[in-house]
Design a protein around this ligand. Structure first.
Ligand code: ATP
Ligand code: MG
Length: 265
């Protein structure tokens, strides 16, 4: 039985002779929140760029689709890849600041409608928009311009825009950067809720967040996969401890796992 929504095989991204991604295999299953971790420059964002068509690569990315079965995404244009259900967020939220929460979602849901129809305020929002607004906890902010939402709420709106657009593989690049504790908790729960019938990949540096919410973890280092498995498996993996978790301050901005921690995690 395979629940694989996305299967990457032997992905290589070459920037003028420098292999930023060097032979990565990665499987994203429905039902899992799969964390991609690794030091700065490990190739995490470049891998996401490759999957979403923003970076040229060799190898293969196969998406399981309801309509057409397995579809090879390599060589397809960015918007075709999105149409096959691959949704992606960037670290800075890209919502329409002057439009309301409901309008942002309505537009993201409305591929195929004319620009005029999209901008018209509608009395009745489509069910998908109403449901997703509830799921991302922004029903009370339906009429609020996105520009004045709190930081966390913008990220949730952006995730909501992928959901109404029918993405079933979500690739989120550092979704909790800049969030406070409560917003992180809410986001972690949201990711699991979303992953019930989708695959969710999260690029993250925050080890506490990873430990709390990862169903599976893949550790990248120098463009290659160092380990993949449960939080415990990767935390106890000798090479991971050596090159990543075992260093005093592996990567980044927030907090972190001390070596002692890693051994007992
Ligand atoms: N367009 C590019 N041209 C040349 N080198 C690049 C390009 N984009 C990224 N790189 C290099 O590829 C490597 C991987 O970068 P990438 O941004 O994927 O790392 P990352 O794991 O996302 O790191 P971070 O945690 O800092 O976001 C780095 O050495 C980076 O400098
Ligand atoms: Mg990155």
């Amino acid at each position: 039985m395979s629940q694989a929504a996305l299967t990457c095989a032997n992905i290589e991204v070459d920037f003028d002779g420098f292999k930023a991604v060097n032979g990565v295999d990665l499987t994203l299953d429905r039902g899992e929140v799969h964390f991609l971790i690794g030091p700065n420059g490990a190739g995490k964002t470049t891998l996401v760029d490759a999957i979403t068509g923003l970076a040229r690569y060799t190898g293969s990315v196969v998406k399981d689709t309801a309509e057409k079965g397995a579809v090879e995404l390599r060589g397809k244009k960015v918007h075709h890849i999105a149409r096959h259900g691959i949704g992606r967020t960037f670290q800075t939220a890209t919502v329409f600041e002057n439009l309301t929460v409901a309008q942002n979602l309505d537009i993201a849901a409305g591929s195929g409608r004319s620009p005029w129809a999209l901008l018209r305020r509608r009395k009745h929002l489509p069910d998908t928009v109403v449901n997703v607004m509830e799921q991302i906890g922004l029903t009370g902010q339906a009429a609020t311009p996105a520009g004045i939402l709190a930081h966390g709420q913008k990220q949730w709106l952006e995730i909501g825009m992928l959901l109404v657009g029918d993405a079933d593989v979500l690739l989120l690049d550092e979704p909790i950067a800049g969030m406070g504790h409560d917003e992180r908790e809410t986001t972690g729960r949201l990711l699991h809720d979303i992953a019930t019938d989708r695959a969710v990949a999260v690029v993250e540096h925050d080890m506490d967040f990873m430990r709390a919410f990862a169903s599976r973890v893949t550790v990248l280092h120098a463009g290659a996969v160092l380990a993949t498995g449960s939080v415990d498996e990767v935390s106890n993996h000798p090479r991971v401890q050596e090159v990543y978790l075992g260093t005093a301050h592996p990567t980044a901005p927030s907090n972190d796992m001390e070596p002692a921690d890693a051994a007992t995690a």
